[in-house]
Design a protein around this ligand. Sequence first.
Ligand SMILES: [Zn+2]
Length: 290
Amino acid sequence: MQPGTGAPCSPQSSDPSCAAAAPSGRVVVNRILRRDNFGRWILVDNFLPVSKQHASHPNRGEATVQEETMEPQPAAAATPPAQRECIQELDLKDLCEATPEERREEKAATLQRLRQRGVRRLTNVWCERDPDWVLAVLRGAAPTLEEISVWNPDDAHLGVVHAMPELRRMWLESSEAPNAPPAVLPALQRGGLKWLRVGALAGPSLVSLLQTHSATLEVLWLQGNREDLPDLLRQSGLRGARIILWDFIHYPLRWHSMYRCREWLSPLQRTLPEAVVECQTCGKVPWERF
Ligand SMILES: [Zn+2]
């Protein structure tokens, strides 16, 4: 109420006494409580002014409480993600193991949280169990994501990851269905990946991924266990990257041979004279944790 007038104080009131009673941004509501027959405090009236009489007669069994209620604020979702604290890391292993019918509330809450705040790093993103939910997660994370480890993406997942503007580090493993045509990713004007570890991705998909990020890629961990390696590197557009071949098995031997390794590496190195091509086993290159 406006003091002395009986008129209600509203946030829009022009009465200066209202302004004094209710600081900007808050609505002050005075309430009177009285003990009932069981000694419990009960609310007896709303919206009464603070009473000096009540305050000076505490033994009457009444008390005045003052509540502050925040004025309605804009919906939290309306705040741009950039103005909130970004989630540093989410490990999605447990949620990715759930089918679409399982853990639905947790999945929805996680999706809402990362859409509102953004996320910098996602790990253990397994795509095949609940592909629609993972696709929504990837789309929600796309504006802020810098690092990801992702397993078995389908074409839609791969397309979203491929175009993430802030992505700098990725570990990508794929076990695509042998009869499915591999995705050829669209050429982007500017890729930004600096570190990539990739295994078992089909040749056309990998070539388009490497071509997009060839200008920025500094370290490439490439599974050596593939027969299209020379063609792959020749088409990759890579220049000054360090290329580490891991899981390097020589067919038809089916094991790693240092002698065969040197035979393989020499032509690969000639294909990319500005890059450094090395074998993890022969070069004793420590496995980098992601
Ligand atoms: Zn070797």
